[in-house]
Design a protein around this ligand. Structure first.
Ligand code: ADP
Ligand code: MG
Length: 349
């Protein structure tokens, strides 16, 4: 039996699912989170409550584990970097620093000659009048956004002028893509040219929050190959270790764009728990804990639906699941509007 202890920073649903996958591999997990009610407490072996900038606490946590990983990207770089001096942090803190900043992330992708949406950095209100080319667009904070938070649709220059925001905090304006479809590709990289890749997943968002995912994605062979090739190139270029997700847009002219990279397991990959022999979570644990890779096999096609806010209630009260349905309750203490509370995966022919 393995004596390995994995530290996970962040205690939401992704942390929970990582802890469950680790247990299956006989790896103990200790979770560090700034939320006393973190749902992952229900699944890990030990829990540390603390702020992400509390060095003393986080060092205590680091001293108890062999390797450290994280379930979300908005952890201060300082913290990951300091902790990395004590115990290996995977994916590397420098990768997280790059990806947590939308501008640095997009510049990096463009340098690889991979297409992104058109974008421009805004730091001062006075720059607004020169941005006609990027409209209609979406204004996004360069850091700390998720599930559409920190985003503002902008149709006209006046819309930008009307927004009461402090541009010095860092924003980018992205040209709106006329979306035909959104897909994501999940890759787990173990080392140089050593990876497992899942087939592209088709995603449907509602109010900028992921609502449905399914495999197979209904896309052309060309898009399928290009999205996988770009995802592998990004993972190799970052010398990434662990599971990473690349979100893509496909426009009405069949052009593929990288929307963003998630340096972690991803909501669209929840269906890999039931649809593959090895889930994105298990692959992540295997990669960051230097375990061997298991050849990936698809078991079934699948679709997943996120249960947001109150939608969880009826499922909690009345779970009558068919054999091909799998219900996951994240056990979050409070139901909040726009909060991901659980999901259901259905295996399909
Ligand atoms: P988050 O970090 O919140 O996931 P995203 O940049 O992925 O932010 O945006 C969330 C969703 O909003 C996308 O999945 C897409 O549906 C929509 N969206 C964001 N940017 C654009 C864009 N430039 N053109 C069209 N749709 C967009
Ligand atoms: Mg996104």
């Amino acid at each position: 039996m393995s004596e390995k202890i994995l530290g996970i920073i962040g205690g939401g649903q992704l942390g929970s699912m990582l802890a469950v996958a680790a247990k299956k591999l006989d790896i103990k997990t200790i979770i560090y989170c700034d939320d006393r009610d973190a749902p992952a407490q229900n699944f890990c072996d030990e829990f540390f409550f603390g702020e992400y900038d509390n060095k003393d606490k986080i060092f205590k946590f680091a001293n108890r584990v062999d390797t450290i990983t994280y379930e979300f990207e908005n952890i201060p770089y300082e913290t990951l970097n300091e902790v990395n001096k004590l115990k290996p942090v995977l994916p590397k803190p420098s990768v997280n620093r790059l990806i947590q900043h939308r501008l640095a992330e997009k510049d990096f992708i463009n340098k690889l000659n991979i297409r992104t949406t058109r974008y421009v950095s805004i730091e001062k209100k006075s720059e607004i009048n020169t941005l006609e080319d990027f409209l209609p667009g979406i204004l996004k904070t360069t850091t700390l956004g998720y599930d559409g938070k920190g985003q503002y649709p902008v149709n006209k220059i006046e819309d930008l002028n009307k927004l009461n925001i402090d541009f010095s905090k860092g924003f980018i304006l992205e040209k709106l893509v006329k979306l035909k479809k959104e897909i994501s590709v999940i890759v787990t990289r173990y080392g140089i040219n050593n990876f497992e890749i899942y087939e592209p997943i088709e995603n449907m968002h509602q109010n900028q929050i992921l609502k449905h995912s399914k495999i197979p994605a209904e896309i052309s062979e060309k898009i399928l190959n290009q999205s996988k090739e770009w995802s592998i190139r990004i993972a190799e270029e970052l010398k990434y270790i662990g599971t990473l997700c690349v979100e893509f847009f496909i426009d009405r002219n069949e052009n593929l764009y990288v929307n963003e990279i998630a340096p972690r397991v991803h909501n669209s990959g929840h269906l890999t728990i039931n649809a593959y022999n090895v889930s994105q979570f298990e692959n992540h644990i295997r990669a960051v804990c230097s375990l061997s890779k298991v050849p990936l096999k698809k078991i079934s096609n699948a679709k997943m639906v996120n249960l947001i806010g109150n939608e969880i209630k009826s499922y909690r009260e009345n779970i009558e699941l068919k054999d091909n349905e799998f219900f996951f309750d994240y056990l979050k203490k409070e139901i909040k509007e726009k909060r991901k509370m659980g999901h259901i995966t259905t295996l399909i022919k």
